[in-house]
Ligand binder design. Structure first.
Ligand code: SAH
Length: 222
């Protein structure tokens, strides 16, 4: 067994013992997607150390493995759903979500928006090389405006921290859908928040955990 595989198995065992993650769909997706293939070459050997890693010199980071799996759980993913991600970065979270919304019978789709041109190309290359490009579409642009063409979405995830729920994203969320985002000031702790859309104009809100994400840019960013 390769040492990367051993590191990955240890990490999974550790999450199970600590009871940190309970969702089996999330575990299955984490097992399936090779995180190392979404990292710059010089960081591939640290793929299963549980911390965030830098994405080249862009100032952006790929989240720690436990956070990427917890996001799957927070989103209550199931096969067949349509998901929008703001902040494609490496494309890893998009691939994880694509794995989680695919079963033998049902295939969902992930649309992932990225504002940094270099990362649009990086994410695209990574999803192609790992074979997730049939279920993941990487799009260049300001994610706070959403992606109307494929809306409405069952789930929306923001992987960058913003001051409030961007109105276009609320509009593009299906009624009954879930949006998860880190809300708060950048470079400090933020509050991972889950919004459920109850009607065209109403939502309920739950606080999930304390997190540290890079700032959300764009029109409704910081
Ligand atoms: N989900 C990524 C990591 C995200 S880091 C992964 O799995 O690797 C946050 C990303 O959000 C960065 O790549 C950053 O450039 C992007 N971002 C920040 N503001 C954005 C916006 N308004 N629209 C789209 N992408 C944005």
């Amino acid at each position: 067994m390769s040492s990367l595989q051993q590191d990955k198995d240890l990490l999974i065992q550790n999450y199970r013992v600590r009871g940190l993650i309970k969702d089996e769909i999330a575990f299955k997706a984490f097992k399936e997607v090779p995180r190392e293939k979404f990292l710059p070459k010089n960081f591939q050997s640290s793929a299963y150390s549980d911390h965030p890693l830098p994405l080249m010199n862009t100032g952006q980071t790929i989240s720690a493995p436990h956070m990427t799996i917890m996001i799957l759980e927070y989103l209550e993913l199931s096969p067949g759903l349509k998901v929008l991600e703001v902040g494609a970065g490496s494309g890893y979270q998009a691939a994880l979500m694509a794995a989680a919304i695919t079963s033998d019978k049902k295939t969902g789709h992930v649309y992932s928006l990225e504002i940094v041109p270099e990362l649009v190309g990086f994410a695209q290359k990574n999803v192609e090389e790992t074979g997730y490009d049939d279920r993941v579409t990487i799009i260049s642009g300001d994610g706070t405006l959403g992606y109307e063409a494929a809306s409405p979405y069952d789930r929306i995830i923001l992987t960058a921290a913003g001051p409030e729920l961007p109105p276009p994203l609320f509009k593009q969320l299906e009624i009954g859908g879930i949006l998860v985002m880190p809300v708060g000031t950048p470079r400090m702790w933020q509050v991972m928040t889950r919004f459920r859309k109850n009607s065209k104009t109403e939502f309920s809100k739950e606080v999930l955990s304390s997190v540290a994400f890079v700032p959300l840019r764009g029109q409704y960013g910081i």
